[in-house]
Design a protein around this ligand. Structure first.
Ligand code: PEP
Ligand code: CO
Length: 491
């Protein structure tokens, strides 16, 4: 795998700590290989994980699965997936777990984001670069503004499946299966496109591989070098008020870098970025096919991504998704909507993190701007009473969606900022750590959410409404959010 190095923006004291931890991680990986070599008398080489078996009868309920018309083909596809190489390595997942442990302890902040639903057509160099630019720009704003190391996780390279509120969609009296993401069916409203096709799972794997390859190249091949801080502020975003504000910050960073260089310091750590992938673990046949046993530890890892989360619609305690997540060693997350009860959450946390290992479990609340201040405190109190450390992350997107007069699903940046504000207020009042944000954005100049310093109004929505699912922040709105979060964090 590519060498993971220090997040560019996390230089200085925190950076050194992070670099040491990474070196430890590498040393640990080497040690594992050496042990194996000693044990079986073979030269040390990459560890070959083995597949973990698909369960004979998955636990019920198994929610949000497509109605695959061709079960036999699904089995064949799953067998092919199980024979393909892992997309990420167990050691990388372990490293992310240590990063999330730092978040849990209040020593780092997570920035997790990307498309609501990635598409196969969207796996292009330009689109992936645009999303990475957005994350890098936001991370710089947050690191510089809040003086905290940022753990960067893309909702990227695998976010191809969507849970739906309704299994079908009706248009002009015609009822067809709902679009469930490119891993399942096509977006086009025709019977052929909407019929679930197991071969799409293979395309999802390959699109994830291509995307991840681009991410690895961009983040380690010079593009994410902090000296490029100006270059990330390209195109349309440079003209927006938040782009201008970013420009000022980038100038300050450049001055600091010149100063360091003049002092003879030009640390290698500023030249690459540590970046992780994540998606919702929704399609269990796919996730199980990519779950492999790490021979070194004997643990099972879902190697389709570094971090997997369970969605709001599939978090039943005895459901198949929670059961699956409880069997893998990756760092995992759970989305928590307004119906979450403190008691239910205590049971869920016990099941998903029985050892209470810091970094294992992240709770992603998506309660809505109007309700977070009332609903979040009892949830935090319940988990605190349970004594299991978790990272708390705010998803200010999914509780704030509404329909514009034009019929477009949208979100108001003001509500998103308000939910984040509420998240900070509640954690501050309870003495817990507001550990990060989980957002939906794109690198393009879309018009899907309203508001922002470069204001988009409801009438603008049809101009560039391109999402395959939920409305995303555009780059300028994402920067607006980053500046506000940095200010709130510092307070
Ligand atoms: C999502 O993250 O796109 C999503 C569907 O979220 P939730 O499970 O929180 O509704
Ligand atoms: Co969404």
């Amino acid at each position: 795998m590519t060498e993971l190095t220090l997040p560019a923006a996390a230089a200085g004291k925190d950076g050194q700590a992070a670099a040491t931890a990474i070196q430890d991680g590498q040393a640990a990986a080497t040690a594992i290989q050496d042990d194996r070599a000693a044990a079986d008398g073979q030269p040390a080489g990459p560890i070959q994980p083995t597949n973990s078996p698909q369960p004979a009868a998955p636990p019920e309920p198994l929610g949000q699965q497509p109605d695959w018309p061709d079960a036999e083909r699904l089995d064949q596809v799953v067998a092919q997936l199980a024979a393909l190489p892992p997309l990420v390595f167990a050691g990388e997942c372990d490293l992310l777990r240590t990063r999330m442990a730092a978040v849990t302890r209040g020593e780092a902040f997570v920035l997790q984001g990307g498309d609501c639903a990635e598409t196969f057509a969207g796996a292009t160099a330009d689109a992936v670069r645009g999303k990475l630019q957005t994350i890098l720009q936001m991370a710089v704003v947050l690191t510089y503004g809040a003086s905290v190391p940022i753990v960067k996780i893309g909702r990227l390279a695998g976010q191809f499946a969507k849970p739906r509120s309704r299994p079908t969609e009706i248009r002009d009296g015609v009822e067809l299966p709902a679009y469930r993401g490119d891993a399942v069916n096509g977006f086009e409203f025709t019977s052929a496109a909407r019929t679930p096709d197991p071969d799409r799972l293979l395309r999802a794997y390959h699109s994830a591989a291509v995307t991840l390859n681009l991410c690895r190249a961009f983040t380690t091949g010079g593009y994410a070098d902090l000296h490029q801080v100006h270059a990330w502020n390209q195109d349309f975003v440079r003209q927006s008020p938040s782009g201008q504000r970013y420009e000022g910050l980038a100038r300050e960073i450049e001055r600091a870098l010149s100063f360091m260089r003049a002092c003879g310091a030009d640390p290698e750590e500023l030249r690459t970025v540590e970046f992780y992938s994540s998606h919702e673990a929704l399609l269990l046949p796919y996730e199980r096919a990519l779950t492999r046993v790490d021979p070194a530890s004997g643990g099972a890892y879902d190697l389709s991504a570094h971090f997997l989360w369970i969605g709001e619609r599939t978090r039943e305690l005895n459901g198949a998704h929670v059961d699956f997540a409880s069997t893998i060693r990756n760092p995992i997350g759970v989305k928590l909507g307004p119906t979450t009860t403190p008691d239910g959450l205590r049971r869920l946390v016990r099941k998903l993190s029985p050892d209470g290992e810091p970094g294992r479990l992240t709770l992603i609340t998506r309660l809505g701007a109007g309700r977070i201040r009332a609903l979040l405190p009892p949830l935090i109190e319940a988990v605190t009473a349970e004594g299991i450390p978790v990272a708390w992350v705010c998803d200010p997107m999914h509780g704030n969606t509404f329909e514009a007069p034009s019929g477009h699903k949208t979100r108001h940046l003001q509500d998103i900022l308000d939910e984040v504000q509420g998240f900070f207020e509640v954690h501050r009042s309870l003495g817990t750590h507001p550990g990060g944000i989980h957002i939906e954005f794109t690198g393009d100049n879309v018009t899907e959410c309203v508001g922002g310093s470069h204001a988009i109004i409801a009438e603008d929505l049809p101009q560039r409404y391109e999402t395959a699912c939920d409305p995303r922040l555009n780059r300028s709105q994402s920067l607006d959010l980053a500046f506000t979060v940095a200010e709130s964090y510092r307070r």
